[in-house]
Design a protein around this ligand. Structure first.
Ligand code: PEP
Ligand code: MN
Length: 355
């Protein structure tokens, strides 16, 4: 990492960038109000810090130990604010909470359009719908995308059209590299599901599609791992990363009352480390529709930038994740109270001393 002097000129900054490129490395420039920080992307063993530190305008050139340098709040131009990720008219990480809603899986055109209309009315901003579903059993419904190329194309075009009709950007999961390019043609935000959090090749491929990435924490991953692996997206030059806490594995023997354990302490902890927005998925985290409301409120109170919620007009009949689906009426109730909590949480955040 290279920290430039306060008064460093544009020419001096360019000269440092040129030198980094000459070494076969990439520069990640973060321009703050008063100082410029240049991150170096590439094999850190070959970085000649000594040589870089004597270039004009350079204040300091040194190795940063943290594995998530590029998304770290400390080494960026972001101090008290987050990176705002803009998709269509929606701002994620800004001064309003953002709600992603829609079915777990797209079942038909009619199902998707009806849910899209309902969630829009309830106040949702972004439309979700799974086409390639990660499932625990090879014998259950894998999403329309798994039925063939034509079915995948059809479902993708429904999602695209429903999003345009109801004026919501769209999101769906990319489960494997071979579907990535096709999905990116139709969808605004690319989701990497919990099970694929560690797939470096998939992360790189999705990052290079140059669309915002909704990146879900694996249910066995530490916060540090989530941040470290996010860096695989950032090194591709894509910092439009929305992190999502969606619950970790529950502990103990016997009956589990929740599908996962929502780790809400992770939300402010992540926010301390990175400027990327953090959202929460209370649906997969709890696995129970009666817990979606209280978990949503708690997530927003903990400082989440928004929520991702599964909605169906006939929850019990959902093809996938029926136990956690809620109606659009319930979503509206959640949005109303969460908007209120968000404004209180934002006020308090300003007063709370950082770590
Ligand atoms: C989903 O959001 O559709 C999903 C499968 O979630 P997760 O990857 O968190 O299990
Ligand atoms: Mn689901």
């Amino acid at each position: 990492m290279i920290i430039m002097h306060k008064g460093a000129t544009a020419e001096q900054i360019d000269a440092v960038i040129d030198e980094i490129k000459r070494l076969g490395l990439k520069a990640d420039v973060s321009k703050g109000e008063s100082i410029t920080i240049i991150g170096i992307v590439g094999d850190e063993r070959i970085i000649p810090f000594q040589r870089l530190s004597i270039l004009t305008g350079v204040k300091e050139a040194r190795m940063i130990e943290t594995p998530y340098k590029l998304i770290s709040r400390e080494y960026s131009e972001y101090r008290d604010n987050n990176r705002i990720i803009r998709v269509g008219n929606v701002e994620i990480g800004g001064d309003k909470p953002v709600y992603i809603a829609g079915p777990c899986a797209i079942e038909s055109r009619a199902q998707l359009f009806r849910i899209a209309e309902e969630v829009k009315k309830a106040g949702a901003h972004i439309l979700r719908g799974g086409i390639f579903k990660p499932r625990s059993s090879a014998h259950s419904f894998q999403g329309l995308g798994a039925q063939g190329n034509d079915e995948a194309l059809e479902a993708l075009s429904w999602l695209h059209d429903a999003g345009r009709k109801y004026e919501m950007p769209t999101i769906t999961e990319i489960r494997g590299e071979k579907q990535a390019e096709l999905i990116a043609k139709f969808v605004d935000i690319l989701q990497i599901g919990a099970r694929n959090m560690y797939d470096q090749d998939l992360l790189g491929t999705v990052a290079r599609l140059n669309k915002p990435v909704f990146y879900k924490r694996h249910f066995g991953a530490s916060v540090e791992e989530l941040l470290s692996f996010s860096e695989y997206i950032a090194v591709e030059g894509n910092k439009d990363i929305i992190l999502c806490e969606r619950g970790v594995l529950p502990i103990g023997k016997g009956k589990n009352f929740t599908r996962y354990t929502l780790d809400l302490g992770a939300v402010p902890a992540i926010q301390n480390e990175t400027y990327l927005p953090v959202m929460v998925d209370p649906s997969h985290a709890s696995g129970r529709r009666d817990l979606v409301y209280p978990m949503s409120c708690s997530a927003i109170a903990a400082g989440a930038s928004g929520l991702a919620i599964e909605v169906h007009y006939n929850p019990a009949e959902s093809w996938v994740d029926a136990a956690q689906a809620i109606t659009a009426d319930e979503l509206e109730r959640i949005i109303n109270v969460c908007n209120h909590i968000y404004s209180i949480a934002a006020e308090n955040k300003k007063k709370t001393a950082p770590k």
